[in-house]
Design a protein around this ligand. Structure first.
Ligand code: ATP
Ligand code: MG
Length: 252
């Protein structure tokens, strides 16, 4: 896990998907604008939005948020997609709301199951039905939970809740991670054979070349003892390769 400052982190993902939303002429809105987008004068030294830290695998978080925003764009023919971040002392909640197709009530309970797809006869959108299953698995791995509120033909809002860490703990973990990284770098630099250059190895001594200029010496006969080659006996019979996990991580 790493300390993630959620507002700018999610903003980065949002920006990466902006062109897809623009292609469909959607109103694509990021509510908790990071401070960088506001001039210092306007801020008057204050932060506009609260700082939300979580301590998670940032690749997991990126996967979850991008899946949700991608779905919102994919299943919204026109209207809005709004990403927001809220929370209390102990939790943060990222929400992705859209004014798209909506999800019938009977489907909502199954959405986060593997390969589940809603029969969207009114859309030609094709998917594998793995996105939300992955979202649930990864969110749970991060110690959080995910759910949806939706009204058919009106729109949907997906929520991801994660445990929040306070500013002091975040700073301590960041400091600790940087000390650990520094120690690891020092250990690598001082470890034997740490250099990427292959260390020189002493070549095995070659049989001495007979001195043909010395007439009284006879050339030594090199006898090379070679063991008969027998096929290796496997301790255990070869087993079938492990089955491929169905939920592969995809990158967007
Ligand atoms: P994949 O994400 O694997 O490419 P997918 O988008 O079909 O495929 P999921 O992301 O798991 O799969 O979503 C499952 C189903 O839930 C979708 O097929 C779609 O019918 C419905 N769905 C998901 N998000 C929304 C949304 N924002 N609005 C309406 N329907 C949605
Ligand atoms: Mg999807």
């Amino acid at each position: 896990p790493k300390v993630v400052d959620v507002v700018p982190f999610v903003h980065d993902i949002f920006e990466g998907l902006e062109s897809k939303a623009k292609e469909k002429n959607l109103h694509f809105i990021y509510k908790p604008l990071p401070d960088d987008n506001v001039t210092k004068e306007k801020l008057n030294g204050r932060r506009l939005s609260p700082v939300f830290y979580v301590n998670v695998d940032n690749d997991h978080l990126r996967e979850v948020i991008s899946n949700l925003i991608e779905n919102a764009v994919k299943y919204t023919p026109s209207g809005d997609v709004v990403v927001d971040i809220n929370g209390d002392d102990n939790h943060i909640v990222v929400s992705v709301a859209d004014t798209g197709l909506g999800i019938p009530r009977e489907d909502q309970a199954h959405l986060f199951q593997k390969f589940y797809r809603v029969d969207n006869t009114d859309t030609r959108e094709i998917g594998t039905g793995l996105g939300l299953y992955l979202c649930r698995r990864l969110t749970e791995t991060m110690g959080g939970r995910i759910w949806v509120e939706s009204e058919y033909k009106k729109g949907s809002t997906f929520y991801v809740e994660l445990p929040r860490i306070n500013h002091k703990d975040a700073m301590r973990l960041i400091e600790q991670a940087s000390i650990e990284a520094e120690n690891a770098a020092v250990a690598r630099a001082t470890a034997p054979f740490a250099s990427p250059v292959t260390p020189l190895t002493v070549p095995p001594s070659l049989p001495s070349v007979p001195d043909i200029t010395a007439p009284h010496q006879t050339a030594p006969v090199a006898v090379v003892a070679t063991a008969p080659v027998t096929p290796p006996v496997l301790a255990t019979p070869p087993s079938a390769p492990p089955s491929q996990p169905l939920a592969q991580r995809r990158t967007y």
